[in-house]
Design a protein around this ligand. Sequence first.
Ligand code: GLA
Length: 409
Amino acid sequence: MKFVPLALLSLALPLAGAAQSASKPQPAQPKAAAAPLVAQTPPMGWNSWNFFHRNVTEQDIKNAADQMVATGMKDAGYIYVNIDDTWEGERDAAGVLHTNEKFPDMKGLADYVHSRGLKLGIYSGPGAKTCAGYAASLGHEEQDAQLYAAWGIDYLKYDLCSFRHDTMEAQAPNDEAGQMRLMIAAYDKMGKALKASGRPMVYSLCQYGWDAVWEWGPSVGANLWRTTGDVNASWPSIYSIVERQAGLAKYAGPGHWNDPDMLEVGNGTLSLAENRSHFSMWAMLAAPLLAGNDLPNMKPEIKAILTNKDVIAIDQDKLGRQAQRVYVDGQVEIWTRPLAGGALAVAILNAGDDRVATHPFHLNLAKLGLHGLQKGKDLWTGKEIALTEGQKLEIGHHDTLLVRIPQPK
Ligand code: GLA
């Protein structure tokens, strides 16, 4: 037998079974399938919390899935149907978590949602208890990740809740840096458990933006992370969240997004202008678009906002670059977002009261790096619009002018 150097032998080994004769052409070796990438654009869907809070049931989730199909939301890109807190029951002697009576059959529910071409999301946290006091994943991370995978879950929102008090503060009292290390390790643990489950799942961190999560989120496998505390259906809440996104653009990109929290479009007492501004700004911010309204009773004007394809296209733009606030003039804010193919989205948000009606805002194109006439489309009227230097713009109270300029100059 001829001497074969060890290195060559090991190279030849994978082919040894198939390569009986070197002269015959061999079929190509199947390539190892690459794990499908999730959240290459910001996730879109619906979450139960903002409308149902603790009362959500399996039937509400089924209704939401049906309505996402019937209303055209699915066609507009909304895919995830996410169950938030309060689905959890007790663990059995083997540590396996069971659902509570509101969710009698999670696997069946996943099948139901999948059969409509949608995906199912679920909720837990690194502590012993969720924010609503139900069982969370502490000490059962791998077991829970495997359970989610077996059910067919596609998305996990992982909420800090009791971990802060019971673990971080208990184990590292008066040591904020130590507490943050414990928190990051807990998020890393579930990130690894999800990966080990073998099922692609979107991993959504919910710890209210602490410790500049945008700096370390991707390292624990996160696809998105909340940047602030909870949103509510009021203008002060929406606007204060917008204000806190300035400066975060560089941390967003395909597979990893800043999350200014779920949508309140159609909830509470938000005016139509406020709903439009909320949706416009979330699209500019490359935010996850997770509707949180009562889908079976959605008003036509709310559906028109949530399914505006031009605005959704801004959010879902393939470049994945989040908007930056370019300048502020009184209570008018001007944000721009570069889009694929050299286009530009411009949002002009009037957060003020009557100022714009009494002494209009004058656009400063030069501050946006633009020169001369800019032709674009007003994404809320659907009409062509031309923007010029110093142009007088009257934008209603809490409304947003959202323009896509295909060829900015
Ligand atoms: C926290 C989260 C909310 C929601 C609730 C559920 O407050 O930030 O988004 O998930 O918990 O209890």
